[in-house]
Design a protein around this ligand. Structure first.
Ligand SMILES: NC(=O)c1ccc[n+]([C@@H]2O[C@H](COP(=O)([O-])OP(=O)(O)OC[C@H]3O[C@@H](n4cnc5c(N)ncnc54)[C@H](OP(=O)(O)O)[C@@H]3O)[C@@H](O)[C@H]2O)c1
Length: 340
């Protein structure tokens, strides 16, 4: 089997899992290069990896570059993403910088792999909450046509990055020791609290950036701008694994039984729906699981053709690193390479 020169840009929460998952999923890696802002050594599962400073020349000879750097003007994707493409490398980007760019396919491999057929070397990974919500919703949409989606998220601190994981841990320890709780990453204490803000509030709409991403990305991935989407994104004191309460209205009626049977056959989704036996998805189970867990499926009594679904998924795996690697796996399987 052909092997590929692979590079991971950014070695925080997502980059670290990227390195682990490339190995765990037996991606055909010929060489692995790690790039970040500073040169150093990073030890992952006892193995030392040299980290080099990210610069355009580092992409010469690379086949795939998985970008897991911070977003924005100074971030890796904006400064180096297209530079890497110019050097013949396929870029798979975890950040938000180019998700809505018409040149860039936004891909969940189980849902819209064909969006990559005519890619221009740059492919975007959707937002973690969008991926976790659409994994069960896409097959229900295919069967009954989604008209309206109302969702509330319960998002883990790992979604903010490794500094936020350390902050929750430090606050929990300080609370147990009856010490004052310091906060730097979040504007308020996150331990034993919930924050109705994921991302930031950039415009006057009252929506957070995460809520805007969920709407726009749902439209792009499902290819249907008519779906009405309203979300409330909430940060909760969970280390890893996002959960989402989904209220979905469809054009056609879909019973909970029909939805269960569709979801039982959906790749990448695992049904856990026996609430009387306390069997339902939880972030602790979703963490370290390739599948998005789905349960609590019931009729929405407040509307016709409505279903309520609860799901949990690993935001760093399926919501980021795993989805990015699955994109590369599809490119390899289907030979979606650029002509060099
Ligand atoms: N965490 C999640 O659940 C999640 C889910 C979906 C998508 N994402 C996205 O994935 C990306 C990474 O998130 P994260 O949570 O892993 O962040 P993180 O833990 O804060 O790590 C960020 C990494 O990016 C590197 N970096 C930043 N700017 C860079 C630049 N200009 N050039 C090269 N490297 C740069 C940093 O390098 P140094 O270590 O040298 O400082 C660091 O290693 C973000 O775009 C995020 O929005 C995250």
């Amino acid at each position: 089997m052909k092997q590929y020169n692979v590079c991971v840009v950014g070695i925080g929460a997502v980059g670290t899992e990227m390195v682990r998952l490339l190995k765990k999923r037996n991606f055909p890696v010929k060489s692995m290069t790690i790039l970040a802002r500073s040169e150093r050594e990073e030890v992952i599962d006892g193995i030392p990896y040299p980290v080099k400073v990210a610069a355009p020349d580092a992409f010469n000879g690379m086949d795939f570059a998985f970008f897991a750097g911070t977003e924005g003007a100074k971030g890796a994707s904006q400064t180096l993403g297209w530079e890497a493409v110019k050097r013949g490398c396929i870029v798979i980007d975890n950040g938000d910088d180019f998700r809505m760019d018409p040149r860039v396919p936004l891909v969940i491999p189980e849902i819209n792999p064909e969006a990559m057929q005519a890619h221009q070397g740059f492919i975007a990974n959707p937002n973690c909450s969008t991926i976790i919500a659409l994994m069960p919703l896409a097959s229900l949409h295919k069967a009954a046509k989604l008209r309206r989606l109302v969702a509330s998220t319960y998002q883990a601190v790992s979604g903010t990055g490794s500094a936020a994981v350390r902050e929750l841990e430090a606050q929990a320890k300080a609370w147990a020791a009856n010490q004052p709780l310091a906060n730097e990453v979040y504007p308020h204490q996150i331990a034993f609290n919930v924050l109705p803000c994921v991302g930031s509030f950039k415009d006057d709409s009252g929506e957070s950036t995460e809520e805007i991403k969920m709407r726009k990305e749902t439209h792009k991935i499902l290819g249907d701008n008519a779906i009405r989407v309203a979300t409330t994104c909430v940060r909760v004191p969970v280390f890893n694994g996002h959960s989402i309460a989904i209220h979905a209205e469809f054009e056609k009626n879909l019973s909970p039984e029909q939805a269960r049977s569709l979801l039982a056959q959906t790749a990448g989704v695992k049904l856990l729906d026996e609430p009387k036996k306390n069997v339902y998805p939880m972030p602790i189970q979703a963490s370290g699981n390739y599948d998005v867990l789905v349960g609590r499926i019931r009729k929405d009594q407040s509307t016709d053709n409505g279903l309520i679904v609860w799901c949990s998924g690993d935001n760093i795996w399926k919501g980021a690193a795993q989805n990015a690697i699955q994109i590369a796996e599809v490119i390899v399987e289907r030979h979606y390479f650029l002509k060099k």
